[in-house]
Write a new protein. Structure first.
Length: 366
């Protein structure tokens, strides 16, 4: 029996109960299921309720619309609110509140005590990584494309990835953070970012079988058996063949030295990585390099607190709205960064981004 739970949730996300299985469906297909503040708050509340509900034994997270699982957070809305604030037409609260609520949701997912199965079918970027990568089971398909491209909009990899990326093998994490490189199923399995690969066409049947598994006494083991039955072999990781270049070039502490190493390498892979970095915000690159280094020694909660500080600092700077304009609004892909060179981004400017914002740090109380 399916029970729809929609009384206090926004139209962009659906909550259903199918027996003992809770199902969350992101339902903004025209926006590639980008997360609004209301969606983040509703998901966090629903997960809290389901964790306390003995009649719910597992949760599935999925996206609707066919093209994307979730393409990120609604940064366009944040940018528009920030611009309105600068004109005196808004209090500029959305940037404070959306990042706060999204990070609280990410924490809820990471700490969720019951099986949480993310069906990462299609585009999975930014906020989409946050609602999948922290779950206990993460299913990729042949359509999955994962990336953290925030440096191209004047931001930084967030949603808890400052904890995850430094813990990947070698220097892959900083490579992904600085270049926004895209990962497919084979890469995700190879890096441990996905736990299973299943055919996209099989996901409806897989979900039906998860409903049956959720009703069994050995819920976790039953869910793992279902995922195992549907799992297929992933293609070899395309990224793995470039590990020597990544580990050599991205091991440098300074972004300038990383670029120099890539230029010296001269391979097509290195040239493409350098080009991706040179298209990004210089400020974002330097902040991101410092973020990933610090994240390696922080626990998950402290990483989220650090990310919140960075979000508030960078929202107030030129590059965020300029990056959103160039990538998502005008789509001319020609952002005018300020400053526009790495040499003009000094250490003091980077360090200031890690300070507590005027309105206070992230807390995890509602």
């Amino acid at each position: 029996m399916t029970v729809a739970l929609t009384s206090s949730s926004p139209a962009e996300v659906r909550f259903e109960r199918e027996g003992a299985l809770g199902i969350i469906t992101l339902d903004r297909p025209k926006a590639l299921n980008a997360l609004s503040q209301a969606m983040c708050r509703a998901i966090e509340r629903r997960l809290a309720a389901w964790e306390a509900d003995r009649n719910v034994t597992a949760v599935v997270m999925r996206g609707d619309g066919g093209r994307a699982f979730c393409a990120g957070g609604d940064v366009r809305a944040v940018c528009e609110d920030e611009i309105a604030s600068r004109r005196g037409e808004s209090e500029g609260a959305l940037g404070r509140e959306l990042f706060r609520d999204e990070y609280r949701m990410n924490r809820r997912i990471r700490n969720f005590s019951k099986p949480y199965v993310a069906l990462m079918d299609g585009i999975t970027m930014g906020g989409g990584v946050g609602v999948s990568i922290h779950g206990s089971r993460r299913v990729a398909t042949e359509r999955t494309l994962v990336a953290m491209p925030e440096t191209t909009i004047g931001l930084f990899p967030d949603v808890g990835t400052s904890y995850v990326l430094p813990r990947l093998p070698g220097h892959v994490g900083i490579y992904l953070a600085l270049t926004g490189a895209r990962l497919e199923a084979g890469d995700l399995i190879g890096l441990g970012l996905a736990t299973h690969v299943a055919p996209s066409a099989q996901l409806p049947r897989l979900t039906d079988e998860l409903k049956e598994a959720a009703a069994r006494s050995d819920v976790a083991a039953s869910i793992d058996r279902v995922l195992g039955r549907h799992a297929v072999g992933a293609d070899p990781s395309a990224l793995s063949q470039h590990r020597p270049c990544i580990d050599h070039c991205f091991g440098h502490k300074r972004v300038e030295d990383i670029l120099a190493a890539l230029d010296d390498n001269g391979s097509a892979f290195a040239t493409n990585a350098a080009a991706a970095m040179r298209a990004a915000s210089p400020t974002s690159l330097k902040v991101t390099r410092a973020e990933i280094e610090r994240g390696a020694s922080l626990d998950f909660d402290d990483c989220l607190k650090m990310e919140y500080r960075l979000s508030q600092a960078l929202l107030a700077r030129n590059d965020f709205c300029e990056g959103v304009r160039a990538q998502l609004i005008d789509k001319d892909r020609s952002p005018r960064w300020f400053p526009d060179s790495l040499a003009d981004v000094d250490d003091a400017s980077v360090e200031s981004c890690f300070l507590s914002p005027p309105h206070g740090d992230l807390t995890f109380e509602a």
